[in-house]
Design a binder for this molecule. Structure first.
Ligand code: HEM
Length: 535
């Protein structure tokens, strides 16, 4: 029996040992499984961390080193947000300061591009700064600018728009690239050629006459104080409305109201780093933007249909977009809507600001106002309005407009992005993806280019052709030069000529000189001018 008991005890022990062995095997398998699971979970995390490190630390520092080795300095890179906070801080500080600046043109660069103004003093004309984790090379050298915009333009594309700003320009010419841009450019270029624009002269004269009649009827006194910034925005809106749709400003008014609201939202979005996918989130701003966009598109669509039914609108910009000169180059409805959005904004905003600064400058410089008036009387007489034939004889007005575009360029600056690795003639090596900030306003105010009086208003400097193509480029340069340049200059010439002959004017004591960049260059507190009828 004791033997039997012994063997049972041994068996029990064996079973327990077996159990323990299989238990520890299961535990090991479990541990292995857990380890694998952990690894599987950690791998994406590791991958994400590595990507973040690569994108936000490794690459920017490598690019920074690349430029520093070439002698290009700049404010140091700060992970993720770059130097955005400082840019914003400087812009806000400028907007909030200098309420008492006297009306001269010395401080324009500092006011409209404070980050460029400050950093260029420390690091020189060409320097690198950071918009988020994107490298931005700021420059104001005319040779480099000419290379970027003209001779090597194929290596530099437009920067990708913050998707929010697409609501403003649509998928129109300003934002397009490649084949699509070529087709749109051909069609719009044809629509804006000089002969076609000259056909719009009577519309422009009519709009200006209406505005002056409104001024006269609102005048109780011999003098009338007006905020011309507001007046010229309405006038420009009326003109682009007539030339684009053959309708008048009243019909297009709602579109402009919507666009004003969109500008405010776009500006807000442009000043911050764009987070991919953010545009799909139903944030308060996005929802507002969607609603405004929907209404704008619908209104333009209605105007297109209306214009289709009106035979007398054959000369309009819209008619040109709808009946292209070559059979293959046809824009569909969506594309026409997008181009219309672009023209509405680009056509109104920029030209209105050119006119605003022109009148402020002529109000300040009475001698040039007199010269302009004498020229109009000489060319058009005391009663007749400018016409397509005598516009080119308004040479002094042309010089005044150019000098205004030099000192107060509506576009302020231009942006490009290297689509491939490029070496500029001076030897500067630019990696793919680098953005370029072409400091137009700084070039236009550079004493090395324009002489000691660079910050003075002196239209005489435009009597002679300029030495360097890229020393003055208010409309851009190269293949992407402003398509609406003819319309803008003809409009500005006619409006200036018509008003200057009928009124004498001075800048009001209530005017506060505070140029500000708000997509375009504008007077922050309006442009108050006192007009007196001459007869
Ligand atoms: C004083 C008035 C104007 C100024 C200073 C001005 C300035 C400019 C500048 C600097 C560019 C080049 C942007 C770049 O290459 O990145 C440009 C392009 C453009 N402008 Fe103007 N502009 C004016 C008036 C107009 C008008 C009246 C229209 C149309 C009604 C217009 C429509 C356009 C379009 C569609 C483009 C894009 C062209 C392209 O990319 O092919 N602009 N403008």
């Amino acid at each position: 029996m004791p033997n039997v008991q012994k063997s049972t005890a041994v068996e029990g022990l064996c079973i327990r040992v077996h159990e323990q062995i299989s238990f520890s095997r299961t535990t090991r398998t479990m541990n292995l499984f857990l380890l694998l699971l952990l690894l599987l979970l950690l791998l994406p995390l590791l991958f994400i961390s590595f990507s973040i490190f690569f994108k936000f630390i490794w690459i920017p520092l490598k690019i920074q080193r690349h430029f520093r080795q070439q002698g290009v300095g700049g404010p140091s890179y700060r992970p993720i947000f770059g130097n955005t906070a400082e840019i914003r801080r400087r812009m806000i500080a400028e907007a909030e300061s200098s309420r008492s600046v006297s009306f001269n043109h010395d401080g324009v660069v500092q006011r409209v591009m404070p980050h460029y103004h400050n950093w260029s003093k420390t690091y020189g004309d060409t320097f690198l700064y950071w918009f988020g984790s994107t490298a931005r090379l700021a420059l104001s050298d005319p040779d480099m600018i000419k290379e970027i915009l003209v001779s090597k333009s194929g290596s530099f594309g437009k920067i990708r728009f913050n998707p929010v700003s697409k609501a403003l320009f649509g998928e129109g010419l300003v934002a397009l690239e490649g084949e699509k841009w070529i087709v749109h450019r051909k069609i719009t270029g044809h629509a804006f050629n000089m002969e076609r624009v000259k056909e719009w002269v009577p519309e422009i004269v009519d709009s200006t006459r209406n505005m002056m009649s409104k001024w006269d009827s609102g005048r109780n006194d011999t003098e009338l104080e007006l905020d011309v910034h507001k007046e010229f925005h309405e006038l420009s809106a009326d003109i682009i409305s007539r030339t684009a749709f053959g309708s008048n400003f009243t019909q297009g008014k709602r579109i402009f109201e919507l666009q004003e609201q969109q500008v405010a939202l776009v500006l807000k979005a442009l000043r911050s780093v764009y987070i991919p996918g953010f545009k799909y989130l139903p944030t308060k701003n996005n929802r507002k933007m969607w609603k405004l966009d929907e209404e704008t598109t619908e209104l333009i669509r209605e105007m297109i249909e209306k214009s289709n039914n009106e035979r007398e609108n054959r000369k309009t910009l819209l008619a040109c977009l709808m009946s292209p000169y070559k059979k293959d180059d046809v824009l569909n409805l969506e594309e026409i809507v997008d181009e219309c959005k672009t023209f509405y904004f680009a056509g109104k905003e920029t030209t209105a600001n050119l006119l605003t600064w022109t009148f402020l400058l002529l109000g300040l410089h009475q001698e040039w106002q007199d010269k302009a008036r004498e020229e109009v009387v000489r060319v058009c007489g005391h009663v007749a309005f400018p016409n397509a034939q005598n516009l080119s004889d308004l040479k002094i007005i042309n010089m005044i407009l150019n000098e205004t575009l030099r000192l107060y360029p509506p576009a302020v600056m231009m942006m490009r992005q290297a689509s491939e690795k490029v070496k500029l003639q001076g030897g500067l090596d630019i990696p793919v993806g680098t953005q370029l900030f072409l400091a137009m306003t700084a070039v236009h105010h550079d004493a090395r280019i324009w002489g000691e009086d660079a910050n003075e208003f002196n239209p005489m400097r435009f009597t002679e052709p300029r030495d360097h193509l890229a020393s003055f480029f208010p409309f851009g340069l190269g293949p992407r030069i402003c398509v609406g340049q003819n319309l803008a200059m003809i409009e500005a010439k006619i409006v200036t000529a018509m008003i200057v002959r009928e009124y004498s004017f001075v800048v009001s004591p209530t005017y506060v000189h505070a140029p500000m960049q708000s997509l375009t260059l504008q007077p922050q507190y309006g442009a108050q001018i006192i007009f007196s009828r001459r007869n």
